[in-house]
Design a binder for this molecule. Structure first.
Ligand SMILES: O=c1ccn([C@H]2C[C@H](O)[C@@H](COP(=O)(O)OP(=O)(O)OP(=O)(O)O)O2)c(=O)[nH]1
Ligand SMILES: [Mg+2]
Length: 151
């Protein structure tokens, strides 16, 4: 377990609403809650930036976090992320924000404290660009975008 430095910015978290935690021993994601003041109606096509009431400081540049949709909300209700995936840099110390996008056909009400997305810590390899004129030949070469066929 990694000790993730966390600030609780909204006092309702850890009191009225549980702090993010892994739902099962094998869970990869910590569910993030919508720490809005009142239920929020998201119209079809609408995107809204939602505060989570938390900030984290990962500090280690060998790690990052990603914010991903919850599959139930995304598949059943069309509630996904306006940025598709949120990337949290290891040096970011501000509040975690979730861009919620209603890509569905129906208005969706986000309740106060509802779990709207999940945070996943991931390892990162930072690269230094090693500039070269030639690459060693690979089997694929520059082929891509369906180059290997459809089926
Ligand atoms: O869903 C998200 C995505 C990003 N962030 C925060 C953490 C991240 O470290 C910072 C910057 O994100 P990113 O680099 O993706 O955005 P940018 O548009 O490149 O902004 P910047 O110029 O600040 O890097 O915003 C969130 O809180 N939620
Ligand atoms: Mg950036």
């Amino acid at each position: 377990m990694y000790n993730l430095q966390t600030k609780i910015l909204d006092p309702r978290l850890g009191d009225e609403f549980p702090l993010p935690s892994y739902a099962t021993p094998g869970s990869a994601g910590l569910d993030l809650r919508a720490m809005v003041q009142e239920p929020l109606e998201l119209q079809p096509g609408q995107t809204q930036l939602i505060p989570t009431g938390l900030s984290i400081y990962i500090e280690d540049s060998g790690l990052a976090a990603v914010i991903l949709p919850r599959s139930g909300l995304g598949h059943k209700h069309g509630i996904v992320l306006g940025n598709l995936v949120g990337l949290i840099d290891s040096d970011y110390q501000g509040e975690l924000m979730v861009s919620c996008w209603n890509r569905g056909q129906n208005t969706f009400t986000i309740d106060v404290g509802e779990r709207i997305a999940q945070l996943v810590l991931v390892p990162i390899v930072q690269a230094e660009l090693a500039i070269t004129q030639e690459f060693a030949t690979s089997e694929r070469g520059a082929g891509g975008f369906g180059h290997t066929g459809k089926a």
